[in-house]
Ligand binder design. Structure first.
Ligand code: ADP
Ligand code: MG
Length: 240
């Protein structure tokens, strides 16, 4: 039985992410530091967006702002047409629930949970109460990423590539509209990283999700429908 349904997919050309005149300034012992300056962008559903730029140029900060994990110092950010500025952390978490997936460079799996439990977690947090259905969906996703025989393994008994596969299953199990991936192959060797990226693009295409991908790899960036370059806090779309 296929428990997944595509009937709730967003319609073409819905604006998923919108940023206007966004600044991020932090204060530390050295004084004021501008991390992002006057960022403007608008991302439509189904687009795949590469964010490229040198280390320290503000990519992760931008991702955190767009996902509502951190707050802008000024400007407006809308996620699924909802302005983030007026929302507290709970409201933002609720907005992301079942609609946003994350993939990180360092996998960020919960070490004491099995692969199956890690993948089930977003469904449980999202309010799913039917344990059999949760288990079935999580198992389906782990089989999809080639880990059907690793359901009970904890992260430390998995290779880096396998851990990132679990993280992909976790990111996509809720059929999110939007997936953020911050250098998802940054901790993997080139061959493993290439397989992870192929898998991620396939999952993304199957689910017609919007993808925001931070990467250093120009080949990966070329696979995306749009490319933005960050440099010293400025974010500029690269026109081919
Ligand atoms: N909370 C913070 N306090 C001070 N500086 C920060 C903070 N977060 C990020 N930075 C600085 O902002 C810059 C951009 O960081 P980051 O977004 O992580 O860059 P990237 O992901 O492109 O490598 C870096 O110089 C980093 O040291
Ligand atoms: Mg970063």
């Amino acid at each position: 039985m296929n428990t997944f349904s595509h009937q709730d997919l967003p319609q073409a050309s819905t604006t998923v992410l919108f940023a206007k005149d966004v600044n991020k300034i932090v204060y530390d012992v050295d004084g004021e530091l501008t991390i992002l300056q006057n960022v403007n962008l608008s991302i439509q559903s189904g687009q795949t967006v590469a964010l490229v730029g040198a280390s320290g140029s503000g990519k992760s900060t931008l991702l955190a702002l767009l996902a509502g994990l951190d707050s802008a110092s000024s400007g407006e950010i809308r996620l699924f047409n909802q302005p983030l500025s007026g929302m507290d952390e709970n409201a933002r978490a609720k907005l992301r629930r079942n609609r946003v997936g994350f993939v990180f460079q360092t996998f960020q799996l919960l070490p004491h949970l099995s692969a199956l439990e890690n993948v089930a977690l977003p469904l449980e947090i999202g309010g799913a109460s039917n344990n059999a259905q949760v288990r079935e969906k999580a198992t389906f996703m782990l089989e999809r990423v080639g880990l059907g025989k690793r359901l009970t393994h904890t992260p430390r008994t998995l290779s880096g590539g396998e851990q990132q596969r679990v993280a992909l299953a976790r990111a996509f199990v809720t059929q999110p509209q939007l997936v953020f991936a911050d250098e998802p192959t940054g901790s993997l060797d080139a061959a493993t990283g290439a397989r992870i990226m192929d898998l991620m693009f396939s999952l993304n295409q199957e689910q017609q999700a919007t993808l925001i991908l931070v990467t250093h790899d120009s080949h990966l960036a070329a696979k995306c429908s749009r490319r933005f370059h960050t440099e010293a806090g400025h974010v500029i779309e690269v026109q081919d």
